[in-house]
Design a protein around this ligand. Structure first.
Ligand SMILES: Nc1ncnc2c1ncn2[C@@H]1O[C@H](COP(=O)(O)OP(=O)(O)OP(=O)(O)O)[C@@H](O)[C@H]1O
Ligand SMILES: [Mg+2]
Length: 265
């Protein structure tokens, strides 16, 4: 199963959600891949406190055109750190493997963003990543942007978890996007995000109803705002598993667990 974590606005907690739910699945013994396709504002490795190996990233694979070079790009998160934080009640055998992007506009310019060729190349990279690293599940972090990486993420994902801020502009955006998603018959989840400031509190329920009514779509998850995350990145799902945010994130992970095996790209 390939899950896309998608938003058409930034700063909604999408990367944090993808990283933490991937971590939960890895701790449950699954082999999880995380592909950072938010190439303009990548955040996956920094959210995990990792560094790109010798500065190498997804774009280096794309520019060089040598897919097996991915072996030197994939960064593995050492799950024993997470186990130490949260006790030992985790299943062994899991892995968390990241294909990082690094913020470098000059690299983005070197990629020939040409629709069929880019899609073909990203497909090859995804296929190689899944097979070579024996992934049970692939998560892709992507946001609408200038390059084609976001539309690729949307087209390859069998499930898309889409993050919306609860405001007028996003209802309009959702109205435009949802028919295209549902027409393709893919599993589609809507997350209303309260990040970055937890606003909307007084009329929250009213706005959720409005969102559902106007978009004719059910809200699947609410991503609560947790002030402890504002100024520091923490592995909160492990350090504070009972918080409202951790429980919401466990919901993502659980829904993914039911459909874990990766189908062919
Ligand atoms: N649930 C949350 N509550 C409070 N703060 C959060 C929450 N989730 C993430 N944050 C904080 O908000 C900021 C943005 O989060 P994150 O990078 O996950 O968002 P994003 O949607 O991936 O943004 P971008 O488009 O920039 O990649 C970070 O500083 C993060 O620590
Ligand atoms: Mg991000």
């Amino acid at each position: 199963m390939i899950t896309g974590f998608y938003s058409f606005k930034g700063g909604v907690g999408r990367t944090t959600a993808a990283v933490n739910s991937a971590m939960l699945l890895a701790l449950k013994g699954k082999r999880i891949g995380l592909l950072d396709l938010d190439i303009e504002a990548p955040g996956v490795i920094s959210a995990l406190g990792l560094k790109a190996l010798n500065g190498q990233s997804l774009l280096h694979v794309m520019i060089g055109g040598n897919i097996p070079f991915l072996d030197r790009v994939v960064v593995e998160y050492d799950l024993s750190h997470a186990r130490q934080l949260g006790g030992n009640d985790y299943v062994s055998g899991g892995a968390l493997l990241v294909v990082p992007s690094i913020p470098d506009p000059s690299l983005i310019d070197q990629v020939k963003w040409d629709a069929p060729a880019t899609t073909w190349q990203l497909n090859e990279i995804v296929r190689y990543f899944i097979k070579r690293f024996r992934l049970d599940h692939l998560f892709i972090d992507a946001r609408s942007g200038l390059s084609q990486s976001a539309s690729y993420a949307l087209s390859v994902a069998e499930r898309v978890i889409c993050f919306f801020r609860l405001n007028r502009q996003n209802i309009i955006g959702a109205l435009q996007m949802l028919p295209a998603f549902t027409a393709k018959g893919r599993d589609f989840k809507i997350v209303l995000s309260e990040v970055p400031d937890g606003a909307d509190a007084p009329q929250r329920e009213e706005w959720i109803m409005k969102f559902e009514k106007e978009t004719v779509s059910r809200v699947d998850f609410i991503l609560p705002f947790d002030p402890s995350l504002l100024f520091e990145e923490r592995l909160f799902v492990i350090e504070d598993p009972q918080s409202a945010l951790s429980r919401a994130l466990a919901g993502f992970a659980d829904s993914a667990l039911n459909t874990l095996e990766v189908t062919s790209v």
